[in-house]
Design a protein around this ligand. Sequence first.
Ligand code: NAD
Length: 536
Amino acid sequence: MARTRRPAYTSSQMATNAEFAVSRLASVNPSTGEVLGELDSAGPVEVRAAVAGARAAQADWDARGISDRVRVLTRFQQILLARKTDVARRITEETGKPTVEALLTEVLVVLDAARFLIDNAFAILREQKLSHGNLAMKSKSGRILQEPYGVVGIISPWNYPFSIPATETLAALVAGNTVVLKPSELTPLVALELQTLLRGAGVPDNVFQVLPGDGATGAVLVSSEIDKLVFTGSVATGRRIAEIAARKLLPVVLELGGKDPMLVLEDADLDVASGGAVWGAFMNAGQTCLSVERCYVHQSLYPAFLDACCEKARKLRVGNGIDPATEIGPMINERQVRVVESQIEDAKQRGARVLLGGARLRECGPTFFAPTVLADVDHTMRVMQEETFGPVLPIMPFRDDAEGVRMANDSEFGLAASVWTKDRAHGQRVARQIKAGTVMVNDVVSCFSISEAPHGGVKSSGLGRTHGRWGLEEMVRVKYLDSDRIPRMKKIWWFGYGGGFAGEMESFVDLLYASSLREKIKAGFRSVGSLWRRKL
Ligand code: NAD
């Protein structure tokens, strides 16, 4: 079941195709170890050809107009709806997640993203008149055009192999871009499923292309002639990409890792909050960017909250995601399991107590990990600082809201957070103090399925936004089109300075900004001579 390994590729230069010649990817079902398919990795030649093809196809795609592209999205939505069960099953096979999660957190999210774009793309992207308040420029009429970048590169991770690249792709396409997608090397088949759906909806071959491959293929795509990059993945890879992008001023959106805090306030509903903690920490086997990575509980609730979480987590059914009874599937691979193991070991050595789990469930398979609840954790531990990305719920008490907020903000990450309370106003007050791209009050993760809501982080969690109007606007360049209404008039600020011009212009500035009407009128008289000045 080993995937083909190659040395990490970090250079911004194009590799030679020879380095890629023998490279093949194996897609493996993490629940069973079954090889689902083998594919050739795309090398520099394929990447260049794909980007060139995408560039050649872009003008025609753009020329079709938004209404026509919205019709394509509508067909895509209908095809996906009809094929939802197959697509969810394919996602489960390649990631291990329960099929119901594949349906709700992937297929449904994409159906809704399509709905949002179908309903709103035209209104958001249409040409608009720009009014302005500068008296000196009153002869000018402005328009805002939102033009596609051209070729958008998308590099995506394995944990949501359908919803992440699909939502980004739909936004890029509807705006008139063509797309070259480099999916995770762990989930190429789901990306090819997306390609099949889009082709079925009428997206031409070169308008959307998938390039299977690992980081090396991704690095070549970053260095290629794309016009914009939307990257979702780890902070380490994001930083590497940002360095290369900076050198060539490639605009990027970076959706990176998180260490999402959950704050359970003194007035929280214990049963609801513990249910939210267990779901937020363990869904998708904890491999979710928006999640519960660390949990802070008011000290008055701490012992009861620990008990409630353990009781709920103990009941979770771990197994192959294809079984409808399964609630937690396997982790994606051995490497990810070892990260989790080493963080738990570090926490134990520093005094954490493992209340539940803490080890693999080898009877289920090599990468199944027991839902784990940790108590007595603190911020010296890696499990409270680094992204865990596994089914681990570390829980720590706090004394009051101020301390809880301090703890939540004590992190290099700022993707999302959640606040739990029976008092919404209280929750919103606390939520406003948390430094994150998204804060939910009394829920977690589910905001990803609100297509109107922006998604993205602050601090090391990334740059830019996907989803909603903000995600759509990332796919266009804003152009300002200005036209003068009096084409036969020379402008008063053109050459021909000297004489009283400087004084007249001082008066003109006073006319614009003096606070009293009397001053304005006086300044107006003093400046009026400039209108008849001789210009070059
Ligand atoms: P990763 O960074 O290892 O890989 C992500 C993608 O980048 C893959 O397609 C990979 O092949 C590619 N890649 C690797 N090296 C590259 C390079 N040098 N140049 C170009 N591309 C390269 O991340 P992963 O393990 O696939 O995903 C898990 C991470 O993604 C976690 O940190 C998680 O928090 C994050 N994530 C963030 C969001 C978000 O929206 N903020 C969503 C999902 C996952």
